[in-house]
Every structure is written in C-alpha cells, then in structure tokens.
Write a protein that binds this ligand. Structure first.
Ligand code: DGT
Ligand code: MG
Ligand code: MG
Ligand code: MG
Ligand code: MG
Length: 271
C-alpha cells in the first residue's frame, strides 16, 4: 500500500548492507545436533549419510548462489564464501543469510530419504546462521584454516573417545578422563597401540571435511540436424554439442597449506 499513513514504519528497519570489498562468509550450524544425531542414531563418530546430506544441501545452495566461490563443511556446519564483489541482494546480510539457511534446511529435509532411506525423520531440523566479513585474503584463508583445524582436532578426539567406549568397553566418563590433557601425538599413539588404527589412513572426508568448489566440465548435448540436410551415415540425425559448464565439485583436501590455493588461484582472484 503506497503512501499510506502507516508507511513510516519502514523507517524502523535497519540497513544491514555488508561492507564493500570484503569476503562475505555465511556459516550455518545444526541446532542441537548433539540430540538430533542421537535421536536418529547417527554412526559415531562420523555418519557418512549425514555428511553426504550436508554436502548435497550445500551443493543446492551453491547452485542457487552462484557468487559462492568456495564452501567448507564438517560435522553439522557449512561455511559459504561469497565473492568480494557480489551484489546479490544488494549485499544485505540478513537477506543473504536467511535465504541460504532456509534453502539449506529445506534441502536437508527434501533429500533426507535419498540418503537415510527408511530411517524416519522424527522432527524438523533447524540450522542457525551468521555472517562474518573478512577484509583480506589472508583473513579468509585463516578463517577456513580455523574451521579445518577444528575438524581435525574434533575428529581425532572423537575417534579416540568412541574407540575407547565402543571397542575397549570404557564408560564415557572414563574415556573422557583418559583423554583429558592429552596431546595430538598421545592420541595418535593411543589409536595405533591400543586399536591398531593409523589415524592418517582414516577417510579424508572425516579428517579434512568437505570442500566444494566450481570446476569447468564438458557437457555433451544432442542437437537435431537442420531439416534441410539429408540424414546419412556421415550426417546423423543428431550431432553432439560440447559446452563447458561450471559444476560444483566436492574435494576432501587440505586447505590450510598453500598447495590448494596455488592449484586453484581463481577462488581468490574472482575470475
Ligand atoms: P548448537 O550448535 O549449539 O545448537 O548445539 P549442537 O549440539 O549442534 O553442538 P555442535 O554444533 O557444537 O556439535 C555438533 C554435534 O553434532 C555434536 O554433538 C556431534 C553431532 N554430529 C555431527 N555430525 C555427526 C556425525 O556424523 N555423527 C554423529 N554421531 N554425530 C554427529
Ligand atoms: Mg550444532
Ligand atoms: Mg555449539
Ligand atoms: Mg557444529
Ligand atoms: Mg517477498
């Protein structure tokens, strides 16, 4: 309703445009997934179905938000990095974040049965979301390194904890006590000597998390020939057209060291 006497209330809305020239990171995280994972009997410490569902939902978000240059996920969280120059939703933080979180949540529910098959979804899951701005490339890399280091630290701890509980018959309290104050080297040693597990050979998805980026892939489509040309062995009714398409691809690699960034300079350069 234009020009009504009520319209002044719009002035109460706050402007939340993200600062220009900064990387926009949207991180979402499952609400109370400690309980959600128990209620749905997730495999401990890592449930590949749950991780695949997170990846699938994140891929949906990237396909809708083409300005996302990289996404990183582990456990019940995913971070989406929008390019510095994005103008989507006029860079309004709440608009970007709420759209991404709601699309992620609905995708999580939509694809549930594809990965969990007959396991019923007992109640609607929720995800929180936040927006963080990073002014420099180094800040952004440090942010992603922080999340990947967190993945590693938690996975090493959880692998030890659940080995002690499930394989050595410790109570959760005893397992916690055993691991208190231990260093990474102690945990690696414990896994190897007590359980014959070489931590470095465990699945990369569990140790490194999931990195979603764009890759150019050939896409072949069949196109009918023009009606005027006669169909023959050398001139079939359809011909192949090869186009280069941007497609989301998932990697389970180290993003802390320089190798990854040297291999994919387009992520930071925005080309
Ligand atoms: P929040 O985020 O404050 O609402 O609370 P939570 O409970 O979601 O806590 P958070 O996000 O710090 O920790 C993630 C929880 O999700 C953690 O308790 C372990 C659980 N979780 C995530 N992925 C898996 C999985 O693949 N398998 C199992 N068993 N649990 C998982
Ligand atoms: Mg959570
Ligand atoms: Mg939390
Ligand atoms: Mg979490
Ligand atoms: Mg509307």
């Amino acid at each position: 309703m234009a020009n009504s006497k009520f319209e002044y209330v719009r002035n109460f809305e706050v402007v939340d445009k993200c600062l220009p020239n900064c990387w926009i990171v949207v991180r979402l995280d499952g609400k109370n997934f400690h309980r959600f994972s128990d209620d749905h009997e997730f495999v401990k410490p890592n449930d590949d179905r749950a991780l695949d569902l997170m990846k699938k939902s994140a891929e949906n978000v990237m396909n809708e938000f083409k300005d996302v240059v990289i996404a990183y996920g582990q456990s019940d969280e995913f971070s989406f990095v929008l390019k510095k120059t994005t103008t989507q939703f006029s860079r309004r933080a709440s608009k970007l974040m709420s759209n991404m979180v709601s699309l992620f949540s609905s995708s999580f529910v939509y694809h549930w049965k594809d990965v969990f098959d007959h396991v019923p979804l007992l109640y609607p899951p929720a995800f929180d979301g936040r927006v963080v701005l990073y002014p420099s490339d180094q800040n952004l890399r440090d942010y992603l390194s922080w999340r990947q280091a967190d993945c590693h630290i938690n996975n090493l701890y959880n692998t030890c904890f659940w080995s002690l509980v499930q394989d050595a018959g410790c109570s959760p309290k005893d397992a916690e006590e055993k691991l208190k104050g231990s260093f990474s080297s102690d945990k690696n040693e414990l896994l190897f000597s007590q359980f014959g597990i070489n931590y470095n050979t465990l699945p990369e998805m569990h140790r490194k998390g999931s990195v979603l980026i764009w890759e150019m892939k050939d896409e072949i489509t069949l196109q009918p020939q023009a009606k005027t040309s006669a169909v023959s062995d050398t001139n079939p009714a359809q011909r192949e057209i090869i186009r280069q398409r941007r497609r989301v691809t998932c990697l389970h690699v180290d993003i802390i060291r320089d190798d990854f960034w040297n291999k994919h300079p387009e992520i930071l350069s925005g080309t």
